[in-house]
Design a protein around this ligand. Structure first.
Ligand code: GTR
Length: 389
């Protein structure tokens, strides 16, 4: 064969790296080699084991449970906003630890006609104008009118309230409040993504006390770094009935072992954002195969609850196909519970949501972002699977 023909054949046969080629850790084989064959084995043995692996090697260990000092102050409760469609509440959620005090400001719109209402909680990693309580600015990042119009409460908080998004050696935010003073942080101490996830759980603590909210039907949603956070929040806190990862990419839904040439890697993310993960995660820069987990095991920690994963066609940095495969590879755990995870024969074409199973997936045409189209998909999925719960 001529060299150019050899090259052509090589190009034609080199498809995308499929999950089967990646030698992912088996989500259903315990560290001691035992095959997990029932939902009970998953719940009692394998799930706790995987959760511990993610705490130790990826996100770090957050303080356990609700702090005794947690306080809720409803600063405002205004009926008849959004032309009568909603009640607006603004709530200060505060906490105190050895290092001082901190607070999250929650913005919440409850539909006037639905009580108690299922709720979407957005972890907002963009500026405050995206979650404007006055609605003078209406951002597609948080289309609160559309959410309320579909019969859901719309809740949002700024991740920066919990922990500012820059590397300062963990001297601000919740790390400074709760971590004991020490010369060196342990290598599994919580990073900033774990801090934001902890914040989402404190908001959940409040939502459980609000009679207007059905706390058994709360979705936690985040985009990109917020999507990584939503996944970790849903893994750590099983009160979230529905978890939504929008374009979460590396350290979120994308499988680390894919190493797609145009996608973010563990080395790249640790270089740019050394504060997001725990120190141990840096051991896996350029050594993805040594990591005892991959991200499908994170998605599996949501089982058998509702999960949506989405990608954008031009968002190659987030490895869209790797995000899809994450849902596929988490699905065996859903099957242990007698339900379907992601039902799709192959990577679906753009703008064709797959919502049949309890893991929904869509690939949106376009760039990295959280858009009204994405929200429409999540609301449709919730109508189908969350409303009926
Ligand atoms: C990028 C980062 C991604 C993603 C994104 C975002 O710069 O590399 O992992 O989190 O930021 O949050 O928008």
């Amino acid at each position: 064969m001529k060299p150019c023909l050899v090259l052509l054949c090589a190009i034609l046969t080199t498809g995308p790296v499929l999950a089967a080629d990646l030698r992912l850790p088996d989500v259903l084989i315990s560290t001691n080699g035992a095959k997990v064959t029932s939902a009970a084995m998953w719940r009692n043995t394998r799930r706790p084991e995987i959760l511990e692996l993610f705490r130790t090697h990826v996100y770090g260990r957050m303080p356990v449970g609700r702090p005794d000092s947690l306080k809720f102050e409803v600063l405002e409760s205004a009926r008849g906003v959004m032309a009568g469609a909603a009640t607006r509440k603004q709530v200060k959620i505060s906490y105190r630890g050895p290092g001082g005090e901190g607070a999250i400001k929650l913005v919440l719109f409850v539909p006037a006609q639905v009580k108690p209402a299922p709720c979407f909680l957005l972890i907002c990693n963009r500026g405050a104008t995206n979650i404007d309580p006055t609605r003078a600015t209406q951002s597609p990042f948080w289309p609160a009118e559309q959410i309320v119009g579909r019969g859901y409460a719309a809740a949002a908080f700024l991740n920066a309230d919990v922990d500012p998004d820059f590397h300062d050696g963990f001297t601000n935010g919740v790390h400074a409040i709760f971590d004991p003073p020490r010369v060196k942080r342990p290598p599994d101490a919580w990073g900033t993504i774990a801090a934001w996830a902890w914040g989402a759980s404190r908001v959940m603590d409040y939502l459980e006390t609000d009679a207007d909210i059905d706390a058994k039907r709360v979705a936690v949603i985040g985009h990109s770094r917020g999507g990584k956070t939503a996944l970790w929040a849903g893994a750590e806190d099983e009160r979230f009935a529905f978890v939504i990862s929008n374009d979460s990419g590396c350290g979120g839904a994308a499988l680390a072992r894919r190493r797609e040439p145009k996608a973010e890697t563990i080395a790249a993310i640790n270089r740019s954002f050394p504060h997001w993960f725990c120190e141990n995660y840096k051991r896996y820069c350029n050594h993805e195969d040594d990591l005892p987990v991959d991200q499908h095991m994170l998605a599996a920690l949501i089982a058998p609850r509702l999960l949506c994963i989405s990608s954008a066609s031009q968002d190659l940095w987030a490895d869209p196909e790797g995000e899809f495969l994450c849902g596929v590879e988490a699905s065996p755990v859903y099957r242990l519970f007698g339900v379907e995870g992601l039902k799709a024969d192959g990577w679906p074409p753009p703008d064709s949501p797959r919502h049949e199973g309890l893991i929904g997936y869509h690939l949106r045409t376009g760039r990295h972002g959280l858009t009204e189209y994405d929200w429409k998909c999540y609301l449709d999925f919730a109508d189908q699977h969350l409303k009926a719960k």
